[in-house]
Ligand binder design. Structure first.
Ligand code: DC
Length: 226
């Protein structure tokens, strides 16, 4: 079996990870795997069944009943299926971010999703984005990038995205949520958000999307050739 190539992109929410990772995957002809969407799907189920994301026993009890699948549309966009239902839109609601952050702090949830993520990388060349891809999920990744930007820049981007979707959440609330999630994702005991020692730091605060993508492509190409 030939070994597949893998590119791990980690970083805080709103750094442009999904957009950039997807574009990078397209440029290289790799499969894009958005692992945040998988945690969001678990969070959605907690929300729908009235289970508080901090309620460890409650969330763990949901896991055996969860059939989570990834699919890819003709456009190459990843879609999430929860027990057969396409929940790709539903997981993007603003309140599901809080649920996803809560459930993702539980070691049982992370263990439940670990093999599934590794399996995808074993079967395809992937660009995988998340929080712990370079540190835990794919420590042997060929390329590791830690993508970040100042909290204000990330909150503004997220706010614009929500506005475009007709979500009227105000900027201050989005900024508070960004800071709050950074705090939770960085300080949790299991697989906290941190830069892998061998990851390249890419800060996009001052870069637009095109410049950020150019940066990632050049990092990836350089490391893949190394
Ligand atoms: O990237 P995102 O905002 O869609 O991620 C949703 C939540 O899932 C976020 O709070 C962090 C968590 N997450 C994680 O803990 N590990 C990952 N590999 C991906 C996401």
């Amino acid at each position: 079996m030939t070994k597949h190539r893998s590119i791990a992109i980690d970083g805080p929410s709103g750094a442009g990870k999904s957009t950039l990772a997807r574009a990078l995957a397209k440029a290289l002809g790799y499969l894009y795997v958005d692992t945040g969407a998988i945690y969001r799907t678990v969070g959605l189920q907690a929300c729908r069944t009235g289970v508080d994301p901090e309620d460890r026993d409650g969330v763990v009890a949901l896991l055996p009943g969860l059939d989570i699948r990834l699919g890819y549309g003709e456009d190459g966009v990843q879609r999430m299926f929860l027990n057969g239902e396409d929940v790709s839109q539903a997981i993007r609601q603003h309140e599901i971010s809080r649920y996803a952050s809560g459930v993702s702090a539980l070691p049982e949830v992370r263990a439940f999703l670990l093999d599934r993520q590794r399996q995808l990388a074993a079967e395809h060349d992937v660009v995988m984005d998340g929080r712990d891809i370079g540190t835990v999920v794919l420590p042997q990744a060929d390329v590791k990038i830690f993508l970040t930007a100042a909290p204000e820049a990330r909150a503004r981007r997220r706010w614009l995205e929500l506005q475009q979707r007709g979500d009227e959440t105000d900027y201050e609330t989005v900024l508070r949520d960004v800071i709050d999630r950074d705090e939770k994702d960085t300080n949790r005991a299991t697989a906290p958000l941190r830069q892998a020692e061998d990851a390249v730091l890419a800060d996009t605060t001052q870069l637009d999307l095109e410049q950020s993508l150019d940066l990632l492509i050049s990092i990836a190409k350089e490391r893949l050739q190394a």
